[in-house]
Design a protein around this ligand. Structure first.
Ligand SMILES: NC(=O)c1ccc[n+]([C@@H]2O[C@H](COP(=O)([O-])OP(=O)(O)OC[C@H]3O[C@@H](n4cnc5c(N)ncnc54)[C@H](OP(=O)(O)O)[C@@H]3O)[C@@H](O)[C@H]2O)c1
Ligand SMILES: [Zn+2]
Length: 341
């Protein structure tokens, strides 16, 4: 089968198009013939490597994918060959207390396709039955959905518990996670203020439901929040920018505010003035991915047209390096999808 393989960390050259043996499904597993796979910012970290983090190289990258059931392993009796499916990106043990409680993203052995085991940027993938979700969506839309919507949903719904009428700052509204977060926060009945790096992106995120868009290169976002909320601050901030935004985020929260962080694109060491934390009764919440049940629920909302994955463009699998380049230069709005076949 054709697949992208990373054998050693590095620049775009580290992404090699290779011919690899097609994997075989074992007991309880499913072989999926992939039609589309999307790129996430995580792909950039996996390709470049992060000091102190060990990835299982050689590795096929890709967390998100959609295709059809090609073969089932022994014990899988409920999936017809040819069923159109998308993949749950999270891998968990399925039998610990967290998994049984439905919090599989808190499982001690939690991993992600394309980070901890072979991912979706290939013609075929083998995954556990529990990672396969039948869907009616087009392959390219389905592949753009899982990781970013799951992450944004978990941040907004499960961690921040956003309420109707609240003011919410969504950082980097044109990012994969941001484009999902804006829609989810609107669905929860809250007001969205978002930040973007260019006027072209501003137009796009307004169309997703952001009431106010701050061009943060032209105007300090903390100042804008003060003005837009009459100095009160926002109730919730959803962030993955990290170091560049942290201190101003803490200052931009209203009393009782919640700051949810799922990433640290600009750096992960941050200073914190503890007096803000206790005096304003703030909550700092970490968030990673979400549960399989959450993704099943999100899929229903997408199939009913309530939420919409934003596909920036579709490229052939062989152009994966170009897709990385576009993401690295911050040129995409929403998701870049690779057409696998
Ligand atoms: N913990 C989790 O479960 C989880 C899940 C998904 C993603 N993440 C993390 O969340 C972050 C975003 O992921 P994504 O896939 O949504 O990313 P993405 O689509 O590549 O978008 C990233 C955007 O962030 C903005 N940005 C702001 N400051 C930046 C900086 N210093 N360097 C680069 N970009 C900056 C840029 O938009 P502007 O041009 O508008 O500034 C850029 O386009 C990544 O760090 C990722 O690893 C975590
Ligand atoms: Zn578990």
């Amino acid at each position: 089968m054709k697949a992208i393989l990373i054998s050693a960390h590095g620049g775009p050259d580290a992404l090699q198009l290779r011919d690899l043996p097609r994997p075989e499904p074992g007991p309880g597993e499913v072989l999926v013939e992939l039609h589309a796979a999307s790129i996430n910012h995580l792909d950039l970290w996996v390709r470049r490597g992060i000091p102190g983090v060990r990835y299982p190289l050689p590795l096929i990258p890709g967390c998100d994918g959609a295709g059809v059931v090609a073969e089932v392993g022994p014990g899988v009796t409920d999936l017809a060959l040819g069923t159109r499916v998308l993949l749950q990106p999270g891998i968990a043990c399925g039998h610990c207390a967290q998994c049984l409680a439905g919090d599989d993203n808190l499982c001690r052995s939690f991993g992600i396709l394309g980070e901890h085991r072979h991912g979706t940027q290939a013609e075929f993938i083998v995954v556990p039955r529990v990672n396969v979700l039948p869907t009616t969506l087009d392959f390219e839309v389905a592949a753009a959905l899982p990781l970013v919507f799951l992450t944004a949903w978990h941040m907004a719904v499960s961690r921040a518990r956003i309420q109707p009428g609240e003011d919410v700052l969504v950082h980097a509204g044109a990012s994969g996670v941001g484009s999902a977060a804006i829609q989810i926060v609107r669905l929860l009945g809250a007001r969205v203020i978002t930040t973007v790096g260019s006027p072209e992106k501003a137009e796009r995120v307004r169309a997703l439901g952001a009431e106010h868009v701050v061009l943060y290169r032209e105007r300090d976002f903390a100042e804008a929040i003060r003005d837009l909320t009459a100095k009160r601050g926002v109730d919730v901030i959803l962030d993955h920018v990290g170091a560049d935004t942290w201190e101003r985020n803490v200052r931009s929260l209203a009393r009782g505010g919640r700051l949810v962080v799922c990433g640290s694109t600009s750096g992960y060491e941050v200073p914190t003035n503890l007096r803000f934390l206790f005096f304003k009764n703030l909550s700092f919440l970490g968030s990673t991915m979400g549960s399989k049940a959450e993704l099943a629920r999100i899929l229903g909302l997408v199939e009913h047209g309530v939420l919409r994955p934003i596909v920036d463009r579709v490229l052939p699998l062989s152009d994966v390096a170009q897709a990385h380049d576009l993401l690295e230069r911050r040129q995409a709005v929403g998701k870049i999808v690779l057409r696998v076949r």
